[in-house]
Write a protein that binds this ligand. Structure first.
Ligand code: DAV
Length: 375
């Protein structure tokens, strides 16, 4: 139940500085018209070599789209019942090729997950550059919402990072083989040799975590160092920290790796531990970084890009309340022990569209201001 057109809504206010303050307004993605895009360098690097997605592309099966939408709609309804305002994107036609003077790809991706595209920092929503060609136009799914927010909130800053050219110069050809093997990938990740080059700034919004004055950004497949430098210059009042998580052979997006739950507490993926030398700011300020519980599944669902660690891709509703996927019993149990109230949400059959509960949302409004948690 999203906002009915005839229901006068409160004017939107855009404000969100972190991942945990009380959530009042959020965007939830849609599975509509989602496609498996054809091969392209950065996307291929993320698809595991034994994945059922290798070598096939096209519109996702309608019954999977319907099921994904059912779960996303239920999630949205649950949020509305808890007093959170929910907006939904308007799907563009993702079957259309994406063509610019610099590249051509036969289809696009979808209007999932919004967290990858939109970065909310205070009263600003920033459209990420993205790093896959098939996602170049994805911001268009959210433009009707951005226009509405612009009309309703006099302080809303709608920003868009420079659209990248995404020529072949953006990708290391070494990653183009489909027989690299996990050992080599782990070594490359350890050496910070990723599929994207430093040709131009690239970032996906889901590589960024917001901790008030501090932004923590993962350097990996979808975000390069120039992208992080661009963010640093764009947010001069923030401290921007680059982080790496060796142990992840497919490092894209930080939100199945490092999950802040409330001030002072972060879950870290035990296979992708933050290196000791990058822990200083947390240690110095009394933050605890605990290993996340094991996922409940041995494998991702069919046609899914993500790993089983979507178990820790949770949506924090407030510092005491967290949405956890219904089948992730170990993660829920751990949350309970950490003193969080768990809201179970069934979403696994929508994972294939690009992620879990954090991925499939984007913040519009959380209570609270910009605080300095690491003075
Ligand atoms: O573990 O495959 C998924 C993150 C999706 N936003 C992973 C990362």
């Amino acid at each position: 139940m999203t906002q009915k057109p005839d229901t006068p809504a409160e004017p939107t206010i855009v404000n969100s500085w972190n991942e945990w303050d009380p959530l009042r307004h959020v965007i939830v993605g849609r599975a509509d018209d989602c496609h498996i895009p054809p091969e392209e360098p950065a996307l291929d690097a993320k698809v595991p070599e034994n994945s059922d997605m290798r070598g096939q592309w096209g519109r996702r099966p309608q019954e999977m789209i319907d099921r994904g939408n059912e779960l996303l709609d239920n999630f949205a309804d649950m949020l509305v019942k808890r007093g959170v305002r929910v907006d939904r994107p308007d799907s563009i036609d993702h079957s259309l090729p994406a063509t610019t003077p610099d590249f051509h790809t036969e289809s696009q991706f979808g209007c999932m997950p919004p967290r990858d595209v939109l970065l909310t920092v205070g009263s600003e929503m920033l459209e990420a550059t993205m790093s896959y060609r098939c996602r170049w136009f994805e911001y268009l799914n959210y433009r009707p919402l951005m226009q509405r927010y612009f009309n309703e909130d006099p302080n809303f800053r709608h920003e868009s990072a420079p659209k990248p050219r995404l020529t072949d110069a953006d990708y290391h050809p070494d990653y183009l083989s489909d027989k690299i093997g996990v050992e080599k990938r782990l070594q490359w990740a350890e050496e910070k040799f990723f599929v994207t080059t430093e040709e131009e700034p690239l970032f996906d919004a889901a590589d960024v975590l917001r901790f008030g004055r501090d932004l923590v950004v993962q350097h990996g497949f979808t975000t390069n160092l120039k992208g992080i430098e661009w963010l640093r210059r764009h947010f001069p009042d923030h401290r921007v920290h680059t982080v790496n998580f060796p142990g992840d052979p497919y490092p894209i997006h930080i939100d199945a790796t490092f999950t802040p739950l409330r001030p002072g507490l972060i879950l870290n993926n035990p296979q992708r531990r933050l290196p000791e030398e990058q822990r200083k700011m947390y240690n110095d300020n009394g933050w605890e970084i605990v290993d996340a519980a094991q996922p409940a599944h041995n494998a991702p669902p069919p046609l899914c890009y993500s790993s089983t660690w979507l178990s820790m891709n949770v949506l924090v509703l407030d510092p005491k309340t967290v949405c956890v996927e219904k089948s992730e019993v170990y993660q829920a149990e751990q949350m309970d022990k950490l003193g969080m109230n768990v809201v179970e949400v069934e979403l696994r059959d929508a994972y294939a569209f690009g992620g879990g509960l954090h991925c499939c949302t984007a913040d519009v409004y959380r209570e609270g201001d910009c605080e300095d948690y690491f003075p």
